[in-house]
Design a protein around this ligand. Structure first.
Ligand SMILES: [Mg+2]
Length: 438
C-alpha cells in the first residue's frame, strides 16, 4: 500500500488523447490525503462453494443456476466452464450448447448466504469500514487504519490468507486510492491474485484497459462507443466532458471521471446494501396478468421480509420485466416516505408493472422487484398511522412464518402459484435462481 502521499493521480497534460486533461485533476490544494481502498471479490463464488461441498467437482466445468433443460440463466460458472465461453447471465440452454460436459447445479442460496456472512465477519476484523457491494464482493476503507497497521500491504495480504484459510474460497484483491481504481485492480488480480495500483501508475494502468472494464459503461454505452471506434479507456480521453454528457447525460460525466481514475465516492454506510431485489425466471413464458401479478406479489412478500430482517426501508421501488426475446425493461418510483410494508409496496409494484407492460402485453420470461436507496430508519410521520399498523402486521407474519414455515400464511394471489410450483415448507415457492444481490 506504500506510505501515504499527497500526489496528483496522474501526470499533467492537455486534453489530447492519452493525456489526462487539467480539469479532471483535483487541484493540489484541495486534494484529500490519499485514501487506501481495498476491493475484495470471491472468485467464481457459487461454483467454488459447490466444489467445496462436493470435492469430486474439482477441476470440472461447474455451472450454477439450474439444470441444462431448465429456463433461467447461469448465476456463476467455474473458471473451467469459462474456458468454454460460458459466462454468468447466459441462458442455461446456451451454456449446455457451449459446454455439453458441464456439471449443472441448481444452487442453494442459504448455503451461499452462510459463506458470505463468514466472509464479511473476517473482513470486519480488519476495519469497520466495510461496504457490502454484493454477497461476494466488498470494499474496505483502510485510510483510518494507517496507525493500526504499520504496513497496510501486509495487513491486506494477511486478510486474504485468512479469508482463504477460513472459508476455503479463493479471493482476488485490488488496492488503490479509490473505489473505481480498486475494482479495476481486482479485475487485473483475477483469479486469486492481489494487485496494488501504485500512486502515479494510474494513467499507464488505465490506458490499455477495454472500455467495458469501467463500471459506469453499460451494454448500451458500449455499443455507442464501439460505433465510434473507441475500444480502450485511453481512447476515451480524446472525448471532452461535454461530448460524453451529450451522448449519455449524467452517465457521461461519470464515464469522463471514471476513465481518468477519479472517484470521490465514500463507501456506502456500514451494513447498508445498495439495494435488495427478488426476481424469478418462469418455467414457461407467461402473459396471464393475474399470474404475473401473483408472482410479483410473492416477490414483494419475500422482498419486505428481507427488508425487515435487515432493518431497512426503501426510497425507491423498481419493477423489472424481461420479454421472451430477452429485452429487459424497468420502471422505478421514488417514494417520499421510505417503505417496507407489502401492503404499500405491492400497489406501487402493480402500477409500475402495468405501466411497463400495458403497451406490449408480450409474453414475459422474468419479473423482478427491487428496493433501492435504502435507509436504516425513517422519519416519524404523524399522517401515516396505517404504516405503523402495516409494520406490526409484517412482523407478526414474519414470526408465524419463522415458526410454522413460509407457507403457513399465503395471500390469495400467492396461492395461485401453488399450481405452478413445488412448495417447500421452510423456503416457500422454489422459483428463484440464486442471485448475488444482497
Ligand atoms: Mg465474485
Amino acid at each position: 500500500m506504500g506510505t501515504p502521499r499527497r500526489s496528483a493521480p496522474c501526470p499533467a497534460g492537455e486534453s489530447a488523447p492519452g493525456k489526462i486533461p487539467e480539469d479532471a485533476r483535483p487541484s493540489r490544494l484541495r486534494l484529500p490525503p490519499r485514501r487506501a481502498i481495498v476491493h475484495v471479490d470471491i472468485d467464481a463464488f457459487f461454483a467454488s462453494v459447490e466444489v467445496l461441498l462436493d470435492p469430486t467437482l474439482k477441476g470440472k466445468p461447474v455451472i450454477v443456476g439450474g439444470l441444462p433443460h431448465e429456463r433461467g440463466v447461469a448465476s456463476t460458472c467455474s473458471y473451467e466452464a469459462r474456458t468454454y465461453g460460458v459466462r454468468s447471465g447466459m441462458p442455461l440452454r446456451r451454456c449446455r450448447q457451449l459446454c455439453p460436459g458441464g456439471v449443472f447445479v441448481r444452487g442453494n442460496h442459504r448455503v451461499y448466504q452462510a459463506f458470505s456472512e463468514k466472509f464479511f465477519r473476517i473482513l470486519r476484523d480488519y476495519t469497520p469500514d466495510v461496504e457490502e457491494a454484493s454477497l461476494d464482493e466488498a470494499y474496505l476503507d483502510l485510510t483510518r487504519c494507517r496507525r493500526l497497521y504499520p504496513s497496510l500491504g501486509a495487513a491486506v495480504r494477511d486478510m486474504k490468507v485468512r479469508v482463504e484459510r477460513e472459508t476455503g474460497l479463493t479471493v482476488s484483491v485490488g488496492a488503490a486510492s479509490n473505489k473505481v481504481l480498486a475494482k479495476l485492480a481486482t479485475r487485473k488480480a483475477k483469479p486469486g491474485g492481489l494487485f496494488e495500483l501504485a500512486p502515479g501508475a494510474e494513467e499507464e494502468f488505465l490506458r490499455g484497459l477495454p472500455i467495458d472494464a469501467l463500471p459506469g459503461i453499460g451494454p448500451k454505452a458500449q455499443v455507442v462507443l464501439r460505433l465510434l471506434n473507441l475500444r480502450t479507456i485511453g481512447d476515451l480521453w480524446g472525448l471532452s466532458r461535454a461530448t460524453l454528457h451529450s451522448l449519455f447525460g449524467a452517465g457521461g460525466d461519470e464515464i469522463y471521471l471514471q476513465s481518468r481514475g477519479v472517484d470521490g465516492r465514500a463507501l456506502a454506510a456500514a451494513g447498508v446494501p445498495k439495494s435488495v431485489s427478488r426476481e424469478t425466471t418462469f418455467l414457461e413464458d407467461l402473459w396471464d396478468e393475474r399470474l404475473l401479478l401473483a408472482h410479483l406479489a410473492y416477490l414483494c412478500d419475500r422482498l419486505t421480509l428481507a427488508l425487515r430482517r435487515e432493518g431497512l426501508y426503501a426510497h425507491v421501488i423498481e419493477v423489472k420485466a424481461r420479454y421472451a426475446d430477452f429485452r429487459t425493461e424497468a420502471r422505478r418510483r421514488l417514494v417520499l416516505s421510505p417503505l417496507r410494508e407489502t401492503g404499500r409496496i405491492f400497489p406501487i409494484v402493480r402500477d409500475l408493472f402495468r405501466e411497463l407492460w400495458s403497451g406490449s402485453r408480450l409474453a414475459l420470461r422474468l419479473v423482478g422487484v427491487k428496493a433501492a436507496d435504502l435507509a436504516r430508519s425513517r422519519p416519524l410521520s404523524l399522517f401515516e398511522p396505517s404504516a405503523e399498523r402495516e409494520e406490526r402486521l409484517g412482523r407478526a407474519l414474519d414470526e408465524v412464518r419463522a415458526k410454522y414455515g413460509f407457507g403457513s400464511v399465503l395471500t390469495v394471489r400467492e396461492r395461485m402459484l401453488g399450481v405452478l410450483y413445488g412448495f417447500e415448507a421452510d423456503r416457500g415457492f422454489v422459483l428463484k435462481t440464486a442471485s448475488l444481490t444482497k
